[in-house]
Design a protein around this ligand. Structure first.
Ligand SMILES: [Zn+2]
Ligand SMILES: [Zn+2]
Length: 176
């Protein structure tokens, strides 16, 4: 019997060293082994020409359908602009207390906002978003603690304001 793992499924995110760092951060935060895999799909099927974005609900369902039972949680990593019908964009989303979530790194780099490139900041944001969505799959809801990783993020500034970790309260819920 294999130990429960968290699977990070990358769909077209090119930088392997970034993914390795993110995997390590997830492992440290949740205490499970993390598996990195590459997903292969035709993203074109998820593209909405009217919005020039990709359908986050359909992609979440796709990742959920790819969840394998020997993995504890599966998180899909994308590098395209995601939306859901009620929002202009999303950084990610997940099934609360479910198997799966998705996160996109598309809006996490400085260059997107006309600021100088900063890889350290980018990786930090990516780690936070991935940990946040995995937190939802463990049943954690949004937290009011301004520095908790489970705080909701509407803008990049919100992501930068919070820390990489679950606050004490969230961690207790995770254990309990
Ligand atoms: Zn959230
Ligand atoms: Zn919290």
């Amino acid at each position: 019997m294999s130990l429960p793992t968290i699977t990070l499924l990358s769909f077209g995110f090119p930088q392997q060293d970034f993914l390795d760092q993110i995997a390590r951060a997830v492992q440290l935060e949740f205490g499970y082994a993390v598996n990195l895999r590459e997903g292969r799909i035709d993203l074109g099927e998820y593209y909405d020409p009217a919005r020039n974005q990709y359908n986050g609900n359909n992609l979440l369902n796709l990742v959920d359908s790819l969840h394998v039972t020997d993995s504890f949680k599966t998180l899909g990593i994308f590098n395209v602009d995601l939306f859901i019908p009620i929002l202009t964009f999303i950084f990610g989303q997940a099934f609360l207390n479910g198997n799966s979530g998705i996160a996109s790194f598309y809006r996490l780099n400085n260059e997107r906002y006309g600021m100088p490139e900063n890889d350290l900041l980018f990786i930090e944001r990516a780690k936070k978003e991935v940990i946040h969505e995995i937190g939802h799959t463990f049943g954690l809801i949004h937290c009011q603690n301004p520095v908790c990783v489970m705080r909701s993020s509407t803008y990049l500034e919100d992501v930068d304001q919070k820390k990489l970790h679950l606050c004490h309260n969230c961690r207790e819920k995770l254990v309990g």
